[in-house]
Design a protein around this ligand. Structure first.
Ligand SMILES: Nc1ncnc2c1ncn2[C@@H]1O[C@H](COP(=O)(O)OP(=O)(O)OP(=O)(O)O)[C@@H](O)[C@H]1O
Length: 259
């Protein structure tokens, strides 16, 4: 029996190129196996979603694959190359950008400065100094325009709405031109109008060639946006496929509803 048949989420259909992938990824906190022997493949050039009930290990999975925490066991590859246990900077340099469940912005910096600090991986002061090149500023402004908050360029980040902060974080991620973008709950705590804008941006950026891996609880967004959905329960994938396939999967209903 192939890996695809035994492990939901592990395989890639014919004609699909693997993007980010894990084999046997495991991370425990004390007695809790937050990610438990997870073998998952996301698809290059597609909008992938990672869903699952609260506490099923999605954020821990993101943190392991982006180098924020060290997995206890398992392999992470990106487009066929191993990136297991690399530092977050090296993983970013490999082409993977990410956002956080609770926005990571500098509240007392302006909106424009927040985008500029994404350009350089060193300390904050150095990043700001180094980023004051005209070309970087032009690009930061262009990205703010793109996400629709250019009118807020001089505002301090703490003074804009939470949804606008999510858009700001996305602009910061785009500043380093990642090939693959991982978003942790882009719609969480965001009003419906801005959720719509985030969805449209994801679609546009995907049409331009960027791969997405999105953790999200908003099922309407996930099902309307995604090409490929992986479902986690208790730290491991229990189903994977198109939105229609996973919605009809009894294992998914059981995980969500406990039926
Ligand atoms: N730093 C930590 N220390 C101890 N336990 C942790 C830590 N981080 C996560 N956990 C535990 O690991 C499990 C998975 O948590 P995780 O946040 O990865 O799930 P999630 O699917 O992202 O949840 P949610 O959808 O609620 O954000 C939970 O039981 C959580 O309490």
């Amino acid at each position: 029996m192939s890996l695809t048949e035994t492990t939901p989420g592990a395989g890639t259909p014919a004609g699909v190129e693997p993007s980010l992938a894990t084999v046997g990824l495991t991370k425990a906190f004390g007695g809790v196996r937050a990610v438990d022997d997870a073998t998952v493949t996301f698809h290059h050039g597609k909008i992938n979603a990672l869903i699952g009930p609260n506490g099923s290990g999605k954020t821990t999975f993101f943190n392991c694959v982006t180098g924020m925490i060290r997995p206890d066991a398992g392999e992470v590859t990106y487009r066929g190359r191993t990136i297991t246990r690399r530092s977050p900077n090296r993983i970013a340099a490999a082409g993977i950008g990410r956002s956080f469940q609770l926005c990571r912005i500098f509240p007392r910096l302006t909106v424009l400065e927040n985008v500029l600090v994404g350009v350089r991986p060193q300390g904050l002061a150095h990043r700001l100094r180094g980023a004051r090149h005209g070309a970087d500023i032009d690009r930061a402004r262009e990205l703010l325009r793109r996400v629709g908050i250019d009118h807020l360029e001089h505002a301090e980040a703490r003074d804009i709405s939470y949804g606008q902060q999510k858009l700001l974080e996305l602009a910061g991620v785009l500043m380093v031109e990642p090939e693959t973008i991982m978003l942790d709950e882009p719609a969480g705590g965001v009003n419906p109008a801005l959720i719509g804008r985030i969805g449209t941006l994801v679609r546009e950026l995907n049409a331009e060639g960027r791969t997405f891996v999105i953790v999200e609880h908003n099922m309407e967004m996930v099902m309307s946006l995604s090409d490929h959905v992986v479902v986690f329960d208790r730290g491991r994938p229990i189903a994977a496929g198109t939105p229609d396939e996973v919605q009809g999967d009894p294992r998914v209903l059981e995980a969500y509803l406990g039926v």
